[in-house]
Write a protein that binds this ligand. Structure first.
Ligand code: HEM
Length: 409
């Protein structure tokens, strides 16, 4: 077995030791090769920043292929009817569409998701944060994820969409079950739960849309019902998928960025003090939190046309490419001292929010949410400390902690 084959064999998303700290192996893979074929998934897997950066922008690849080829033509199985609700929920999601449908839907969504609307949310974000941080201060020790990041992030996206706050627990549970489908290896049990969650979530969203039709409230779901673009309207299925993708994407990654980033701070007290003292702006630190321990480690693309070559490797139409974000973000070809957590880097041009036509529509909101949280934490709890070393969920693609117990001391 060659050295590279041995490294590839160790790239095992089910290996708890790899998940606990994937970065040493990713560094070895990145040094050994820019691209390798993952024998477990058949995906061409990219390890380096520049290739990931360019692939995100390459229109010859797409997040979906059904607009140019049948499943059979690409040698892929038909979607499994057992998971019909899961597939239905994705059908009209921005993340499943390519132009021209993507362009039309994204333009309509962007109309109700403007930077101005996001900026106007700031006072609300600060008061959600204050309310939850007051309760954390009373507790003395708290779990940053369960006691703060999750309720905070869900409350933000729900208030933006016009979803009642009492339903947030339901949405959190559905969302956790659904996103398991995006892991590299899934069991039938995980699929069954994801499908059931999608079915319940769809029914919930349809009822919500009906309610907004009756009594519009000017919030996002209501606006999606109302919005029109050159006579074009969103269909009910499009509104369902859009609402669901915003609810899912709108909190999982934000929560994990806060958790992973605050863990990094607790391991680097000097960096924490730079933020506490105000030597580094929270805004700049947020970018480093996103880069250093990526909450989303892998994104996929399908090759749609012939003639595609990445890092010297010709790739055929119908082949799948996997981009290792966490590896790209630690590439020394792009970042000086990549393994150092340096909150003063002030380098927002990472790929944490993707690039090209699928660039994260929620990036301004996510940045603001994390900045407000970090500012609140640093001003209230300058002496914040880890109570216990946290552990990561046993999943590779969505990288997050199970809990982060901190002491406000
Ligand atoms: C720190 C938090 C977040 C991170 C790291 C993140 C990351 C990303 C990335 C990498 C993509 C591109 C995926 C690809 O190219 O395949 C993306 C797309 C997307 N994100 Fe985010 N995101 C975050 C927060 C949010 C929030 C708060 C929302 C919504 C309110 C959101 C909604 C979306 C949507 C709808 C897309 C699909 C856009 C499209 O396909 O046109 N995200 N996100």
């Amino acid at each position: 077995m060659s050295h590279l084959d041995e490294l590839i064999a160790r790239f095992d998303p089910e290996d708890a030791r790899f998940i606990a700290d994937p970065y040493p192996l990713l560094a070895e893979l990145r040094a050994a090769t820019p691209i390798f074929r993952n024998p477990r998934t058949g995906q061409w897997t990219l390890t380096r920043f520049q290739d990931v950066f360019e692939t995100l922008r390459d229109r010859r690849l797409g997040r979906n292929y059904t607009h140019v080829a049948t499943h059979a033509a690409f040698g892929r199985p038909e979607p499994d009817p057992r998971w019909a609700s899961f597939h239905q929920h994705e059908l009209w999601s921005l993340l499943s569409l390519e132009p021209p449908d993507h362009t039309r839907l994204r333009r309509l969504v962007a109309k109700v998701f403007t930077p101005r609307a996001v900026a106007a949310l700031r006072p609300g974000l600060v008061s959600f944060a204050d309310e939850l941080l007051d309760a954390c201060a009373d507790r003395g020790t708290f779990d940053l994820l369960a006691d703060y990041a999750q309720p905070y992030s869900v409350a933000v996206i729900c208030s933006m969409l016009g979803v009642p706050r009492v339903d947030t627990k339901l949405l959190l549970d559905w969302s956790h079950d659904i996103v398991k489908m995006y892991e590299l290896s899934t069991t039938d049990d995980m699929r069954e739960r994801a499908n059931q969650a999608a079915a319940d979530f769809i029914a919930y969203t349809r009822a919500l849309i009906a309610e907004k039709r009756q009594s519009p409230d000017g919030l996002l779901v209501s606006e999606l019902v109302r919005v029109e673009d050159e006579g074009d309207r969103l269909t009910e299925d499009e509104i369902v998928s859009t609402t669901m993708v915003l609810l899912e994407a709108g909190h999982e990654a934000t929560v994990n960025t806060l958790g992973n980033g605050m863990r990094a701070f607790m391991h680097h007290p000097d960096q924490w003090m730079r933020v506490v003292r105000g030597d580094v702006e929270a805004k700049s630190a947020v970018e480093e939190m996103l880069r250093f321990d990526s909450p989303l480690q892998l994104f996929e693309r399908w090759v749609l046309e012939s003639g595609v070559e990445i890092a010297g490797q010709p790739i055929e139409p119908g082949d799948e490419v996997a981009m290792l974000f966490g590896s790209a973000e630690r590439d020394a070809r792009r970042f000086d001292r990549p393994d150092e957590f340096d909150v003063g880097r002030n380098d927002p041009a990472h790929i944490g929010f993707g690039g090209g036509i699928h660039f994260c529509v929620g990036a301004p909101l996510a940045r603001q949410e994390i900045e407000v949280s970090l500012t609140g934490l640093a001003s209230r709890f300058p002496g914040l400390q880890l109570v216990a070393e946290p552990t990561y969920h046993p999943t590779f693609v969505i990288r997050g902690l199970t809990a982060l117990h901190l002491s406000a001391a």
